[in-house]
Design a binder for this molecule. Structure first.
Ligand code: PEP
Length: 251
């Protein structure tokens, strides 16, 4: 049985004290959540140590939103995988569309980052997804397939056990426009085929694939009912503990 995960990407939101309060609220609200689904939160770098303290003794995972493509040294402004691990992270998000779009994150750089993250013992949530022009041109399957292959075909089946994929159509992120359950499902099924072609059916079946893009309590149930959707990467709705945990309760 593949793992069900609901991960919250806080992006560049909250002060440290607000983030600590949010993490406490999530932990309290999630105390009654069943075993079937795991929660992960991804605060900004500055919050990681404090949020790790709050999450001690809970089952909630801690993720960074990015990592450096080098291990240490003269890379001003960057944060290395060992630093993330030391701060208490078990995960890092990589390849979010905002990083691809605004910070020149390329597939080549992502290969390096995934490699370093895995070597440091971090799990990876790798984001893929087409933009609006690509969807309107009917290229969504090709774009997602190419992004998935360009990064993940550089890794082994063993590595894949530590990698979760998040399908996030860029046109649905922060826009209030959600992909329909059917639109999301057909891309998730396509990603699973891309994985099966390289790593075999069994690995493809075991890989967790999340949906992201304006997912909220009101639409989570319908999305998560699809057979290839194993949870969500949540932006806006992860900033409210009640909404975030309610999304996880949709399982
Ligand atoms: C995201 O950026 O990962 C995301 C899914 O954002 P939102 O839920 O706000 O659309």
């Amino acid at each position: 049985m593949r793992k069900k995960i609901v991960a919250g990407n806080w992006k560049m939101n909250t002060t440290v004290s607000e983030g600590v309060a949010l993490a406490k609220a999530v932990a309290e609200r999630a105390a009654g959540l069943g075993e079937g689904v795991s929660l992960i939160v991804a605060p900004p770098f500055t919050h990681l140590v404090s949020v790790a303290e709050v999450l001690k003794g809970t089952k909630i995972g801690l993720s960074a939103q990015n990592c450096a493509d080098h291990t240490k040294g003269a890379y001003t402004g960057e944060v290395a995988v060992d630093m993330l691990k030391d701060a208490g992270c078990g995960w890092t998000i990589l390849g979010h569309s905002e990083r691809r779009q605004y910070y020149g994150e390329t597939d080549e750089k992502l290969v390096e980052k995934v490699k370093l993250a895995l070597e440091a013992g971090l799990g990876v949530i790798l984001c893929v997804g087409e933009n609006l022009d690509e969807r309107e041109a009917g290229r969504h399957f090709d774009v997602v397939k190419a992004q998935t292959e360009a990064v993940l075909y550089n890794f082994s089946a063993e590595d894949m056990k530590k990698i979760v994929i998040a399908y996030e159509p860029v046109w649905a992120i922060g826009t209030g426009k959600t992909a329909t359950a059917a639109q999301a499902e057909e891309i998730h099924a396509c990603i699973r085929k891309v994985l099966a072609a390289k790593f075999g059916e069994e690995l493809a079946e075991e890989t967790t694939i999340l949906y992201g893009g304006s997912c909220k309590p009101s639409n989570a149930k319908e999305l998560f009912a699809e057979k290839d959707i194993d949870g969500g990467l949540i932006g806006g709705a992860s900033l409210k503990a009640d909404d975030f945990v309610a999304i996880a309760e949709a399982f």
